[in-house]
Design a protein around this ligand. Structure first.
Ligand code: ATP
Ligand code: ATP
Ligand code: MG
Ligand code: MG
Ligand code: MG
Length: 279
């Protein structure tokens, strides 16, 4: 393209490249979903349609962006994990976070009617998602990140289940329910649920308690990557694969199964069963 006298303004642009060799986590979160969930009459504490829609939008994103290895979501958020050597958009941060937020939003809106056929979207009140990228330099810190989100899901769900039982089944005002739960520990909430409402928290839906993990089953691809030799160097770190190898891996990624699980990712079992993730 011919240079124009205006082109110097391009030099004002700044690019932030995410550090090489670190795990990249991109977390999208619904904007103002407290209000959004009221507007579209989400059931409290857990609207199953809304959770299934979040999961479907995350899965659609993973079909489209094959570099995502796994994703974990609950409530109005989803975290997408990209591998240490991922070179998507040369690891440019703005490109990654804006693409994830817009791809997720586009899928969420497109899939809306499948889950909320009786609640058409109001064009003046559309769902949107923000997104951020965080780097985790060690395998332990990536595991701790995911454990943190799952622990958060559990704590919020136990609180919300107790709160809404007191309000909807116990006839309390939201303020009274909040005071009732103030200072209670996990055991007290289990007790309130069981003795007053006959609810055995442990028997609640696994998706509500543990959130959702979506995993691309890449066992054999991970092995192929491990045996690959470095060929090119770029400013974002060593690219470890040749073009042909990359194409082959991309093809296998597209074909890999994507599984949806509601399982514990805090304990070791999940990570031992899929030891290829943290090679
Ligand atoms: P922000 O824009 O800062 O993220 P927010 O209102 O979205 O604000 P969050 O902390 O993200 O705040 O909380 C999301 C809220 O959305 C939850 O507290 C809950 O009220 C509601 N929500 C999300 N998913 C569901 C669901 N499946 N069922 C019922 N309510 C939900
Ligand atoms: P990237 O993902 O890096 O942005 P890109 O393919 O979107 O890649 P751009 O530099 O953004 O590259 O260029 C957008 C291209 O989209 C244009 O070069 C043109 O081919 C096409 N395009 C955009 N708008 C129109 C339009 N209104 N009519 C025809 N073609 C269009
Ligand atoms: Mg939110
Ligand atoms: Mg949230
Ligand atoms: Mg473009």
């Amino acid at each position: 393209m011919a240079n124009s006298r205006f082109e110097y303004v391009k030099s004002f642009e700044r690019e932030s490249y995410l550090l090489p060799s670190s795990w990249i986590v991109i977390r999208v979160d619904g904007r103002g979903f407290h209000k959004f969930s009221d507007k579209y009459k989400f059931a409290k504490p857990n609207d199953i349609r809304a959770l299934n829609l979040m999961n479907a939008a995350a899965k659609a994103l993973m079909n489209n962006i094959t570099e995502v290895i796994l994703a974990y979501g609950d409530s109005d958020e989803y975290s997408f994990v990209l591998g240490r050597n991922c070179q998507l958009f040369e690891r440019r941060e703005a490109k990654l976070v804006s693409t994830f937020a817009s791809t997720f939003t586009a899928n969420y809106i497109t899939l809306w009617n499948q889950f909320f056929s009786k609640e058409p979207l109001d064009p003046t009140f559309l769902p949107t998602f923000d997104s951020r990228a965080v780097l985790y330099p060690t395998d332990q810190s990536l595991r701790d990140y995911l454990a943190w989100r799952q622990a958060d899901c559990h704590i919020n769900n136990l609180y919300n289940t107790s709160f809404w039982a007191l309000v909807l089944k116990g006839g309390m005002t939201p303020n009274d329910a909040e005071s009732e739960l103030c200072g209670t520990i996990s055991k007290d909430k289990h007790e309130i649920l069981f003795t007053r409402f006959g609810i055995n928290y442990n028997a609640e839906n696994e998706m509500f308690k543990k959130g959702t993990l979506i995993i691309r089953e890449l066992k054999d691809i991970a092995e192929a990557e491990m045996t690959a030799t470095p060929v090119v160097s770029t400013h974002t770190g060593p690219a470890i694969l040749s073009k042909r190898q990359l194409e082959r891996i991309e093809k296998r990624r597209r074909k890999a199964d994507i599984n949806v699980l509601h399982t514990d990712i805090i304990k070791d079992d999940f990570w031992l069963e899929r030891s290829w993730i943290l090679k």
